[in-house]
Design a protein around this ligand. Structure first.
Ligand code: ATP
Ligand code: MG
Ligand code: MG
Length: 350
């Protein structure tokens, strides 16, 4: 059987590895840590830095296709991997999606709506941008941010020094605050031959910058905006010559869907698809990167809700299991630190 290489050994790698195993593939994780949630289910694991060109080359040579659960990989590493084998999604998607400025500019060129934004490399840039964009606004690092980390809100112009010191990292981006009714994501898969399928878009609720719940059906406000959001996502997928699952986060605003960011990988807001869709995002990601036909993305129930178990919420698992309708997923992480995603629970509305 063929082997799928996965960069990153967290819960997304674990869930890709489970789907891969079901389809008869072996997985080989490459990560800088000795172990992680994916270690329980992946037969092979290489512990090496993303900057170790020799280890990356050996890894790429030992697998049939490389994918990633984590987009913050140095593009130099992806260049090494690409010269040694197939990387899906490819470098182009990774380059754009790992940089907030690049991805917003890209969406701009495709005619999509984004928050007003400006590039920030210094405190001077920030003060100028606040003059132009106004308050409230959000300063974000261009790279490496997740779960709201690397962000600072600016409510009044006087907040600029504090915000700059809080993220203290250039390059950055200042975004105007979008007034939105709700948030949703488009989760799409593009096959090796260019076929595109969409799952139903979930309504996503974030608490403290971290995804708390995803719910399908998303309701009328979001449903009215999914066609336009899908049209933009289709443009992104085709322009990036994308293969695999892509998630795009949107704000549902009075003006229509506003692009927030994209993730060139399986996504937390798609975890409900494991039980709630005919084919999960993980299975279709594996099918796509392995050049197989895509599975049906239709709903497997009348409705689905997914709730993340963050930090000590994981201690609720006995009560969750006591309700036979719940599907419990635990990621096998040791310590329930604040803000850490430890698992999730899915409920189907039959
Ligand atoms: P993740 O990658 O884990 O989704 P992140 O750290 O990349 O998170 P963002 O998606 O940029 O963070 O922001 C997190 C949340 O903060 C958004 O889902 C939204 O609720 C809010 N937010 C971010 N940017 C804006 C904005 N320009 N206007 C209004 N709200 C925003
Ligand atoms: Mg993000
Ligand atoms: Mg986000």
């Amino acid at each position: 059987g063929a082997t799928i290489g996965i960069l990153g050994g967290g819960q997304l790698g674990r869930m890709i590895a489970i789907a891969a195993a079901q389809l008869g593939y072996r997985t080989h994780i490459y990560a800088p840590e000795a172990s992680g949630p994916a270690a329980d289910v992946s037969p092979r694991w290489t512990e090496a830095a993303y900057t170790d060109a020799d280890a990356l080359a050996r890894f790429a040579d030992s697998v049939d296709v490389v994918t990633y659960e984590f987009e913050n990989i140095d593009t130099a590493a992806v260049d090494v991997l690409s010269t040694h084998g197939l990387v899906r999604p490819g470098c182009k998607a990774l380059r754009v999606a790992q940089d907030r400025l690049a991805e917003k500019r890209f969406v701009d060129t495709l005619g999509g709506m984004t928050a007003p934004f400006m590039a920030i490399d210094s405190l001077d840039d920030l003060d100028n941008a606040i003059d132009r964009i106004g308050c409230p606004a959000i300063l974000k690092t261009n790279r490496m941010g997740y779960d709201g980390k690397g962000q600072a809100r600016i409510m009044v112009p006087g907040d600029s020094v504090g915000a700059w010191n809080a993220i203290h990292r250039a390059p950055a981006i200042l975004e105007g605050f979008v007034t939105f009714e709700q948030e949703f994501s488009v989760i799409a898969v593009r096959g090796a031959g260019g076929e595109i399928r969409f799952w139903d878009s979930p309504a996503n609720v974030h608490l403290d910058g971290i995804l708390a719940t995803s719910t399908v059906p998303a309701g009328a406000v979001i449903e009215e905006q999914t066609a336009a959001a899908r049209a933009l996502t289709r443009q992104l997928l085709d322009a990036l010559d994308y293969v695999g699952v892509l998630a795009v986060e949107f704000f549902a605003s009075a003006q229509g869907p506003v692009f927030n960011e994209m993730a060139p990988r399986v996504h937390n807001s798609g975890h409900w698809t494991i039980e709630g869709a005919i084919t999960s995002q993980f299975e279709n990601h594996v099918r796509a990167i392995c050049g197989l036909p895509l599975g049906d993305t239709g709903l497997a129930a009348a409705g689905v809700s997914m709730r993340n178990l963050i930090a000590d919420q994981v201690d609720q698992w006995p009560d969750i299991l006591a309700d036979p309708s719940n599907h419990l997923h635990l990621y096998g992480k040791g310590e329930a630190r604040p803000g850490r995603k430890m698992g999730h629970v899915t409920r189907l509305v039959i």
